[in-house]
Design a protein around this ligand. Sequence first.
Ligand code: NDP
Ligand code: MG
Length: 382
Amino acid sequence: MKTIAILGSTGSIGTQTLEVVRENGDITVAAIAAGSNIDMLEAQIREFSPKLCGVWDEERAKELAVRVADTGTRIVSGMDGLMEIAQMDGYEILVTAVVGMIGIRPTIAAIRAGKDIALANKETLVTAGHLIMPLVKENHVRLLPVDSEHSAIFQCLNGEHRNKIEKILLTASGGPFRGMTREQMKHMKPEDALKHPNWSMGRKITIDSSTMVNKGLEVMEARWLFDVDLDRIQVVVQPKSIIHSMVQFTDGAVMAQLGTPDMKLPIQYALYYPERRPMGGGRLDFWELGQITFERPDPENFRGLALAYRAGREGGSVPVVFNAANEKAVAMFLNREISYLEITDLIEASMDHHKKIEAPSLEEVLEAEQETYRFIESRFGR
Ligand code: NDP
Ligand code: MG
């Protein structure tokens, strides 16, 4: 019997994790947490009976505590709540499925408490990878990728030695605006950018996919997870999302992992690693598929990818600024406060303005995040 905790249980990854739990029937859920969606949390409490449930919003936490007073679940709130869940006894794997840098502190706390991490929350690794990777080693825990590309790479590396990697071939769908110029993307609205061709995901990552910022974050995520230089990570556009990523070894052999676009596979693989469990759902039909096509990415029009490589190469606190500026800019775009192309403009301006810190401490990472938010707000006179 495995026992897990899920941060972000009401989101796209969180709910699919609970589907995997439901379908397998041999995983216990010790704790769940979300931002404010207490209706869904209440239903999850009644179905999975966790010991703890975190709600970020304090008022909503109080409301939920009243509603579930008849159950054995204790409600906690805010960052203290997330930290209590991360460090609690009686579970083995923390699924980090919150969105954004909010995941950093609980992830670090869980690693220190000896928990394995099923990592969906890529922003944590992008901004604090230099702090997290040594901790993972020191505490002898496993960092199991949930992001489909990283799960694919992880699967390709099964039984291989890492020093034989020549290149990581990170596949990208290209998003809903693939093939367009900046001029054509100028007037795109949130509803246009939220239409991903292959994957159904949370709002922030869907926007990130349209700008190619998501692929940029994934390049930096891969750099930490697989200890490979950025120059050895090549993005390949493969519009149907059938090949989830590939690894080229020093003898020229390329290993790939393919499948239908379904996040439950990488989630289940992380939870049961190294075992492969049976899974329902679609199968690839190569006769139907016919062909798989490849393209070069277009960093001139999709500035998100070029800026991510720049942030990754500059290193230190620059990836923090890249990520924080993107989080802020995407929220503003979704709120219709800025135009589509201003997302990457704001990332670039924030990176230009920032004075790099070489190996930022946790406090300096969080301060660089706040400094970036203040810089963007000041440009809009707030
Ligand atoms: P969603 O927006 O669908 O879900 C986010 C979750 O985080 C919700 O449960 C939300 O709660 C919760 N949350 C938000 N703010 C807080 C907070 N302050 N405290 C506690 N919980 C909070 O996101 P996704 O599931 O799409 O993405 C989650 C992470 O996984 C991201 O880092 C993303 O990049 C990554 N990822 C996602 C993929 C996907 O297919 N969706 C694929 C690969 C990676 P509430 O509902 O109450 O707001
Ligand atoms: Mg991905």
